[in-house]
Design a protein around this ligand. Structure first.
Ligand SMILES: NC(=O)c1ccc[n+]([C@@H]2O[C@H](COP(=O)([O-])OP(=O)(O)OC[C@H]3O[C@@H](n4cnc5c(N)ncnc54)[C@H](O)[C@@H]3O)[C@@H](O)[C@H]2O)c1
Length: 432
């Protein structure tokens, strides 16, 4: 199969390289010239475990190509995957679909033989109808089929998630295209992925519903953690006790900071906006959004209390600033709220992240990047474990930190409170 991925970001690059690894000829297109030039030189634009090796291997064997020429790439491919961004609108909650519609307008100029056009981007229900309309303004409907195939990969585990998905969702009533796509995904289906063929609108909604549900699960356990903190119960016990019930399941049931990243915050907002448009009140998801927005403020309160409300000139170290471990993605990370807020109150913030210094903090006075865990924590009054990298799981704090009265706020509950007590370390975590 000849595939074209339009948009070579987290989704386009990962799914493109994985499809090429399965034996397809893939061309990844992006309008970002620098990104494409770098990829051709073997420089990978994002951090994702295992991605670099897979890109280099498939680029070398010529199954994977990179281009900025959308027209040519579309005309030489059989299946076109739209993988561009669908961020939240600048002035509102809904999804900004301008990148999607721009691509639809570009594609329609390059269709001379039959093409399957797939939205892999997360798009509100009925977007497929709009894409079809845009293309049909210039191309006969017999020459293309617009299909929804949402992507469920998680950053940090993207290659594994793409290769071993729980399900592949294909939204189309077009039997011929469905057959082609079932064949394309057959290597994943034979490894256990369930193939779900449904309507295009249903496929679009399945993606939003799944993300909103997972965001709800995280928010639910985060709120319970608040209760646990007041009644001397450990939230970890609750997560285990609940998660063992197969109807509930233990995943996404760990208390921590506010959920962030490029998907949950924007997708929860987008689905309530869609529902409002159809005069349906998704009140549960609205509460989730509000609770999550309050979460960083609530954790900041705990930070202030731990420092007896004396933040000025306190040396606070963040271990990890991305929204979760094993990714370099800063989009909607709770550190983006917490660090500026602490700086406003006079704190001196130092941080270390295994994926390096972040542009987001470069211009903030009194925020400093350290290039190792040791240099980041050694002078701290308070250490905040913000992301759950393995690198942070066995630090000998007592040996490294000079201030013997240092405090640890473990927002990921990595360490055992009991052990920390035995070590006489002033330690507190989430939900206990
Ligand atoms: N990141 C994730 O974990 C994830 C998971 C599942 C689904 N999604 C969805 O997938 C979509 C893409 O997300 P992402 O994180 O990969 O985005 P991204 O911002 O990392 O990548 C999008 C890319 O599209 C390119 N682009 C935009 N317009 C273009 C055009 N006209 N022609 C060529 N290239 C163009 C941009 O330059 C950018 O490189 C979003 O809808 C997102 O919600 C993301």
């Amino acid at each position: 199969m000849k595939l074209c991925m339009i948009g070579t970001g987290y989704v386009g690059l990962v799914s493109g390289v994985c499809f090429s690894d399965l034996g397809n000829e893939v061309i990844c297109v992006d309008q970002d010239k620098k990104k494409i030039e770098n990829l051709k030189k073997g420089i990978i634009p994002i951090y994702e475990p295992g991605l670099e090796e897979l890109v280099l291997k498939n680029y070398k064997n010529k199954r994977l190509k990179f281009s900025t020429n959308l027209k040519k790439s579309v005309s030489t491919s059989d299946i076109i995957f739209i993988c561009v961004g669908t961020p939240t609108k600048k002035n509102g909650y809904g999804a900004d679909l301008s990148q999607i519609y721009n691509v639809a307008k570009e594609i329609r100029n390059s269709i001379s033989k039959f093409k399957i056009i797939i939205t892999k981007s997360t798009v509100p229900v009925t977007t497929g109808d709009q894409i079809e309309k845009i293309i049909a303004q210039k191309v006969s409907k017999k020459k293309f089929s617009v299909i929804s195939n949402p992507e469920f990969l998680r950053e940090g585990e993207a290659i594994r998630d793409f290769t071993y998905p729980d399900r592949v969702v294909i939204g189309t009533k077009d039997k011929k295209s469905n057959k082609i796509l079932k064949n394309l995904y057959s290597p994943l289906i034979s490894k256990g992925a369930k193939y779900v063929n449904t309507s295009r609108r249903a496929a679009e909604l399945i993606k939003y519903a799944s993300n909103a549900f997972l965001a709800t699960k995280i928010t639910f356990i985060n709120e319970l953690a608040n209760l646990c903190e007041k009644i001397d119960v450990n939230i970890e016990d609750i997560s285990i006790g609940m998660g063992l019930d197969k109807r509930i399941g233990g995943r996404f049931l760990r208390a921590g900071p506010a959920y962030g990243g490029s998907c949950f915050p924007k997708d929860t907002k987008a689905i309530v906006t869609t529902a409002d448009k159809y005069k349906t009140n998704l009140s549960v998801i609205k509460s989730v959004i509000e609770s999550n927005q309050n979460r960083s403020l609530l954790l900041l309160k705990r930070v202030e209390v731990s420092l007896k409300n004396k933040i000025k000139n306190k040396k606070i170290c963040f271990l990890g600033v991305t929204f979760k471990a094993n990714t370099d993605d800063m989009r909607d990370s709770s550190s983006l709220t917490m660090i500026p807020s602490l700086i406003k109150k006079g704190a001196l913030v130092n941080y270390f992240d295994p994926t390096g210094e972040k542009n987001e903090f470069k211009k903030i006075k009194n925020v400093n990047y350290s290039n190792s865990i040791v240099s980041a924590i050694k002078d701290s009054d308070l250490i905040i474990i913000h992301t759950e990298w393995n690198d942070f799981k066995s630090i000998n704090f007592k040996k490294i930190v000079k201030n013997k009265k240092f405090i640890i706020f473990d927002m990921r509950n990595i360490y055992s409170s009991k052990k920390m007590k035995e070590l006489k370390i002033n330690y507190f975590a989430v939900g206990c």
